[in-house]
Design a protein. Structure first.
Length: 135
């Protein structure tokens, strides 16, 4: 076999390995129970529990924000975000958390919020264009 053929096969094998590794890391959403078992960061989707206390004091520590989230298995957990409180956090419908469990608390490194749409049919204003007349 020629050297160029061997090098080509090695490059193809490496590309396939990279693709497989990428897809294996592309995880679906888990739960807090799965995050307790996982040794790496887990993505959890859930709903903010607005009945429970949220704590953020920018004067004391601007990179500490705690709140409670209920995951898709209806398990509730305290979440600690080591970043400033996101704007309009209370308005979010669903929250995607990335992080890991430490004891009974979930330490989030990233938070992605899905806010309610302002384009729902009952809230969209429709305007009728004014009739124009030719002069």
């Amino acid at each position: 076999m020629k050297k160029s053929s061997i090098i080509g096969l090695v490059v193809i094998a490496i590309a396939i390995a990279v693709i497989i590794a990428t897809y294996s890391k592309a995880s679906s959403y888990g739960s807090f129970a799965e995050a307790k078992k996982a040794k790496t960061d887990t993505q959890i989707i859930g709903h903010l529990d607005k009945q429970k206390q949220m704590y953020y004091d920018a004067q004391k520590d601007a990179n500490y924000f705690s709140f409670y989230v209920r995951d898709t298995d209806k398990t509730e957990c305290k979440v600690i975000l080591t970043a400033p409180k996101p704007q309009d956090f209370e308005r979010s419908e669903r929250i995607v958390l990335t992080g890991h469990m430490e004891g009974d608390e979930f330490r989030a490194s990233k938070v992605l919020m899905k806010c309610p749409s302002k384009y729902t049919p009952d809230k969209v204003e429709t305007t009728v264009p004014a009739k124009t007349t030719k002069i």
